[in-house]
Design a protein around this ligand. Structure first.
Ligand code: HAM
Length: 417
């Protein structure tokens, strides 16, 4: 026997009780997003590396440090998807969805992969539920998208949620602001961390994200993008806010909000939960009006978000998982009853009941104990001369032909349900 093997660091197994909770998240997402016209999409687990380099941005942490990239047997560079927006945008383009009525609303619930420092709430394989609305720049799409995530988190019982909202303007305003910020950073270069200094040219906005005390102090006085938006961008942002106000959704305008993906333009938002530790971001997103062009398509607006399933579950707290229902447990009193019992169990399933058969060669006493542990409502003990049906709720017992077991269970089960 070799060394006992374990799941890789930063990954975990979804055990049956966890799967029940995840099913609930999925069903809730399907209900809420489906009611708003979102339809499910699933893209491949891996994509051409270039999609993320161009879509997410070559200067982001994701692309620089966190991707699982490898060469396949044919010598192509492929990457396990670190996020879902670039793949969905690729699919929109590849399948000519610009010909459909716009916006096209798509949602997904999939696994994603980032080589990050693993800790509570941060994994190397994690799951996101996400929603993208592509093809309209109308601020109502932004407001609807944000409200849907708010509703999803509320319906799932995510505690202590806060919403931060910002706007990045269009690439043009951003370019002008970037220069302004770069000038400011250069003027204070000696107080900045090495990492931020090295990125002044590539990605000066990320300086707002830094933990380094000197950098933080410099950033307190830095010019804010929100104060340098164009009149059009400001109007767009004002309309998004007015719609959210109308819907009574509380938020805080955050002038320093930055997110680790390069495709954002205009509206940007993040939901945090104070019930989480250091990894407090439960979901976030924004507008990505330049993304489709970036990956080779025509200029097309889009907005969306993604929320981490693990963080949703962590922030929602543990709800008791209901025991799975079992209508019928089929036991056998003697080896002669085995074949009849096996058949009876299958027939019960065909009749729409949940049924289990003794599979571990237990004694009759052991079988009855197992039936009790499984929470079976009825137990049928099949013997050479017929069957005994026991109602576990009332203790009532009937001797009957094996062929009568299913009709009786169906009838009694119905009257008592
Ligand atoms: P993101 O902020 O990188 O955005 O990820 C969204 C959510 O995924 C986070 O708020 C967090 O809950 C979860 N998450 C991210 N990384 C991890 C991790 N390593 N372990 C556990 N959970 C994690 C995006 O991915 C964008 N595609 C969102 C978007 C959609 N923007 C527009 N459309």
């Amino acid at each position: 026997m070799g060394k006992k093997l374990q799941a890789p660091r930063g990954t975990y197994d979804v055990l049956p009780d966890d799967a029940v909770r995840r099913d609930h998240v999925e069903a809730t997402a399907r209900r809420i997003l489906g009611a708003a016209g979102y339809r499910r999409i699933e893209t491949p687990t891996f994509e051409a590396t270039e999609l993320f380099a161009r879509g997410v941005g070559a200067s982001t942490d994701i692309v620089q440090k966190e991707m699982y990239t490898f060469e396949d047997g044919g010598g192509r560079s492929v990457t396990l998807r670190p996020e879902g927006t670039a793949p969905v945008a690729r699919a929109y383009l590849e399948h000519g969805m610009q010909k459909l009525p716009q916006p096209v609303k798509l949602w997904y619930l999939s696994s994603f992969y980032r080589y990050e420092r693993a800790q509570a709430g941060r994994y190397r394989q994690f799951w996101q539920v996400g929603a993208e609305a592509i093809g309209s720049a109308d601020p109502a799409v932004d407001a609807e998208s944000i409200l849907l995530l708010a509703e999803l988190l509320e319906s799932l019982g995510v505690r202590d949620v806060r919403l931060r909202l910002g706007s990045l303007g269009t690439p043009k305003t951003r370019a002008a602001y970037r220069e302004l910020l770069q000038r400011y950073l250069r003027d204070h270069e000696d107080q900045l961390s090495e990492e931020v200094r090295a990125r002044i040219d590539l990605n000066p906005l990320r300086a707002f994200d830094a933990d380094h005390p000197g950098t933080k102090a410099v950033m307190e006085g830095a010019p804010r993008l929100l104060d340098h938006l164009s009149a059009e961008d400001l109007d767009h942002f004002a309309e998004v806010r007015a719609l959210l106000d109308g819907a009574d959704l509380a938020y805080e305008v955050d002038k320093t909000l930055v997110r680790g993906l390069d495709y954002y333009a205009r509206t940007l938002f993040e939901f945090t939960s104070d019930a989480l530790g250091a990894q407090s971001g439960v979901g976030g997103g924004g507008r990505y009006d330049g993304l489709i062009e970036q990956i080779g398509g025509p200029s097309t607006p889009g907005i969306g978000w993604a929320a981490g399933i693990e963080r949703i579950l962590l922030a929602a707290g543990e709800e008791p998982v209901p025991a799975p229902l079992l209508d019928l447990y089929v036991a056998y009193a003697a080896p002669e009853g085995r074949a009849t019992g096996f058949e009876l169990c299958w027939e019960a399933r065909r009749a729409g009941l949940s049924a289990q058969f003794e599979l571990a060669g237990r004694s009759l006493k052991g079988q009855l104990k197992q039936a009790d542990r499984s929470g079976a409502r009825f137990v049928a003990i099949v013997g050479p001369d017929g069957a005994t049906l026991k109602d576990m709720e009332t203790g009532e017992q009937d001797e009957l032909e094996p062929g009568r077991v299913i009709p009786v269970v169906l009838k009694k089960g119905k009257t008592l349900a």
